[in-house]
Design a protein around this ligand. Sequence first.
Ligand SMILES: *Cc1c(COP(=O)(O)O)cnc(C)c1O
Length: 385
Amino acid sequence: MAREIETKCLHLEEEEGCSENYGAISYPIYQTATYAHPGVGQSTGYDYTRLQNPTREHLEKVVASLENGVDALALSTGMAAIALMMELFEPGDHLIVDSDLYGGSIRLFQNVSAKNGISFSHIDCYKEDIETYINGQTKAVYIETPTNPMMNVTDIEELAKITRKHNLLLIVDNTFLSPYFQNPLELGADIVVHSGSKYLGGHNDTLAGFLVTNRDDISERLRFLIKTTGAGLAPLDSWLLLRGIKTLGIRMEKAQENAMRIADWLLGRKAVTRVIYPGLTKHPGYAIMKKQARGFGAMLTFQVESKEFALAILEKVRMIKYAESLGGVETLITYPVTQTHADVPLEIRERNGITDSTLRLSVGIENIKDLLGELGQVFDAIERS
Ligand SMILES: *Cc1c(COP(=O)(O)O)cnc(C)c1O
């Protein structure tokens, strides 16, 4: 019987029952660079940690099981994962990518991949007709859903019908919802990307990235690339990710509950001109979210009446931290135009509606009374001044 996801966060079914490692409940950190060979031409299965390390391998199996993939690769950061994924392509290839993406992904595509002869069409995958952008060189479609930071929702299953028909890879960055709420491979994606620095790690203390696939041929190529380019996750960081993942379910539930309350609260404030959270029934992607995800996540974007109001919020928050990143237990507030999306060309930013009064909240697991208490104080203070 297939197990439920909270259980899969704690127990790796295929490695149960064996009493290796002295029965340790927490998987050991194999802090070793290399491994002794039992004899000439023999191997313990591990030869050198760039190729593989037991702690990293254990983590990779856990993440593969959470996303129902055949293989998962753990890398040093989310960007290392995306950069490795881009090595699947050749000069001359063309990719269709969401116009609203994590800013670092756009920077990589435009400044590194483009230099390597790969071209991109940045389109709104949630509403534009993908087929009109496909040409003979097109090899893949790369999306986030919900997108960062505008929370646009793409129907993965519908998109997969098109990518299958044209023999394109469908790659989904699933960082925002985590495997707890959404499994793109089940909906037809070929590769799932995660910044493990976010919900999977979950504690704002470790960086990591993942590539998960359900195709053996892709897994084989990625395995060759990771051992060749060398950005595999270190043993200690692999262990920190394993530890973070154990509580993924309860963290996601609590953070989502808080996000819903904050979205409602923001809707009631005069200074707030727009609240973008896919858990609101009025959000245009709500019905698709209901169909393809098990939850709405804890990321929300909102706009206030002026740039000055937005900056004043950033100045005045105390417990809520004005910081980059997301997906940890602590609530963070981000200003996309100068932080996550600073390097995104203005025309793309403007088209997406990322303005100088746009703020993004990564809602954590604090008591909601304290979160609303602080937001209330901050808003009241700005309105009084
Ligand atoms: C943070 C992030 C990344 C990049 O991950 P790092 O671990 O910071 O390198 C990629 N995609 C999304 C959606 C992210 O939020």
